[in-house]
Ligand binder design. Structure first.
Ligand code: FES
Length: 145
């Protein structure tokens, strides 16, 4: 059912934990299953230098949360905000059809954490600002198959 990569990140998730000195944090929940995820970021010179997460959720939500932190670490904010659900799924060598929605949590929480960082510092980044003007970035899809 799950790929080896998913099981690897489920058994040994990367970047787990809260972050006391986080520069930004984002929490999202899926109202259908009750799972929730918080992502913390530390940013230096526009680069995500540290990232961690706490999740309450299913196997796939743990694996996708772990994977998105791996993908976002070391990236610029502009690059990180463009990581998609499909990127996460591809890097995990796929997810079962009925578990693909679990990847929404990580993407939405990361974008919220970046937005929180920008808001706290009153930084306006035209590119990120425009992308965020579309509220779809914060929508956790709840469609199930
Ligand atoms: S079933 Fe809720 S995120 Fe996976």
């Amino acid at each position: 059912m799950y790929s080896e990569k998913v099981m690897e990140h489920f058994r040994c998730p990367q970047n787990v934990g809260s972050m006391e000195d986080a520069d930004g944090e984002g929490t999202v929940g899926d109202p259908n299953c009750g799972d929730s995820l918080t992502i913390y970021v530390k940013v230096q010179a526009g680069i995500i230098t540290r990232i961690s997460f706490l999740v309450f959720g299913c196997t796939a939500s743990i694996a996708t949360s772990s994977m998105i932190t791996v993908l976002a670490k070391g990236k610029s904010l502009d690059e990180a905000i463009k990581i998609t659900e499909q990127d996460v799924i591809d890097c995990l060598d796929g997810l079962p059809e009925n578990k693909q929605h679990c990847s929404n949590l990580g993407v939405s929480a990361l974008r919220k954490a970046i937005y929180n960082y920008l808001e706290k510092r009153d930084i306006s980044n035209p590119q990120i600002g425009n992308e965020f003007s579309s509220k779809s970035y914060f929508t956790v899809k709840t469609i199930r198959v």
